[in-house]
Design a protein around this ligand. Structure first.
Ligand SMILES: *[C@@H]1O[C@H](CO)[C@@H](O)[C@H](O)[C@H]1NC(C)=O
Ligand SMILES: *[C@@H]1O[C@H](CO)[C@@H](O)[C@H](O)[C@H]1NC(C)=O
Length: 338
């Protein structure tokens, strides 16, 4: 293709741009900072509300917290477990309490209504208004099969439809390591229709489906299949039915993907759960997240350079020229300037 232009110069200019696009996004400590969380740990997903306030995060003790700036810190915003006991749950990092306390994983504001939708690993899909409180449960099963591990979420702002995943109908979140080692393929991609209040199974038989992200014009939805280290693409028809049963493979990944977040340009950040446990030498590639365009072209690879801060990444959320990085195990949100 390059030769059509009859010029080697063009070829080298092209190589140069390919290099720029694919070079590791480097960061220095000046560009990195973190917001510590003392109330619990594991801010797996990050959301901003319709006024641009936040971030909001769901943590290990079952609460959704809102960051109110360095003066006021984190404040409790919502809970998704109707049975949550403060005396037992507040501050908990014990995963065996999650079935009681809740574990809000996927968070997404409908910026039209300012309502926050929560995919809680144990309490299904729920919603809470702009002032927070106890979230109202919307769905706990589909086609008669209870959710077991509700996980990723995205919303079609135009139609109000909610796309989410149930990672398995057998394994719970606290058994996530067993799920990753298993051959379980009971994960489902689901859609909640707020008008009919019904949940539709868009696709089942998935291997640990995790993050979900709609494309900018909602012509497709991406789903991370964690165990298989790949991103699937489901085309959505005009009536939002999955057109063909077979999804396409959007991308194969070097590490286990977790959440996928679209930025305002319609590009996707895929967080890679690195599974590292120490520092790695600097010269070994250490991808912690990859940014794709809608055509699955790699735009950027975020390299962790072996930094311990990035041992376990669950989400990269781009917001106002910053990357907010969540983790299911760390007691802070990392922030990088872009
Ligand atoms: C956040 O936690 C880290 C590690 O414990 C600590 O070094 C840092 O000073 C803390 N930052 C703030 C603002 O408290
Ligand atoms: C949506 O965007 C895709 C590019 O990602 C384009 O191919 C498609 O035609 C668009 N669909 C509509 C209905 O605009």
């Amino acid at each position: 293709m390059m030769m059509k232009f009859g010029s080697f110069k063009f070829f080298y200019i092209l190589l140069f741009f390919v290099h720029i696009l694919q070079s590791n996004a480097d960061f220095t400590t000046e560009k990195y900072h973190q917001i510590n969380i003392t109330q619990g740990t594991g801010p797996e997903s990050i959301a901003f509300d319709c006024k641009g306030e936040g971030p909001y995060v769901g943590i290990s003790d079952g609460r959704v917290l809102k960051w109110k700036g360095s003066k006021f810190g984190w404040t409790e915003f919502a809970i998704s477990s109707p049975f949550r006991k403060r005396s037992l749950c507040d501050g908990s990092t014990n995963s065996n309490l999650e079935p009681l306390c809740g574990r809000p994983l996927g968070l997404k504001f409908n910026t039209e209504t300012c309502r926050l939708y929560i995919a809680d690993a144990y309490f299904g899909l729920s919603v809470v208004g702009p002032y927070g409180g106890v979230a109202k449960r919307l769905a706990i099963s589909a086609e008669g099969i209870p959710f077991r591990f509700t996980n990723g979420i995205d919303i079609d702002i135009n139609t109000g439809m909610i796309y989410f995943t149930d990672s398995s109908i057998i394994f719970q979140r606290r058994d996530v390591d067993s799920l990753l080692r298993s051959t379980d393929r009971t994960g489902r991609l689901l859609k909640y229709d707020p008008y009919t209040r019904k949940v539709y199974v868009l696709y089942d038989g998935l291997v640990f489906p995790n993050g979900v992200a709609l494309s900018m014009n909602r012509s497709f939805v991406l789903v991370a299949e964690s165990t298989r280290m790949r991103i699937l693409k489901f085309n959505l028809g005009g009536e939002e039915k999955i057109e063909s049963n077979a999804p396409e493979v959007f991308a194969e990944l070097p590490r286990v993907p977790d959440n996928i977040k679209r930025n305002e340009n319609g590009e996707f950040w895929v967080a890679l759960n690195t599974g590292r446990s120490g520092t790695a030498p600097n010269d070994i590639p250490d991808p912690i997240a990859i940014k794709f365009n809608q055509e699955a072209k790699v735009l950027k690879r975020l390299d962790g350079n072996g930094a311990i801060a990035f041992n376990s990444i669950s989400e990269v959320k781009e917001f106002k020229s910053k990357l907010y990085i969540g983790s299911v195990t760390k007691p802070y949100v990392s922030i990088l300037d872009v």
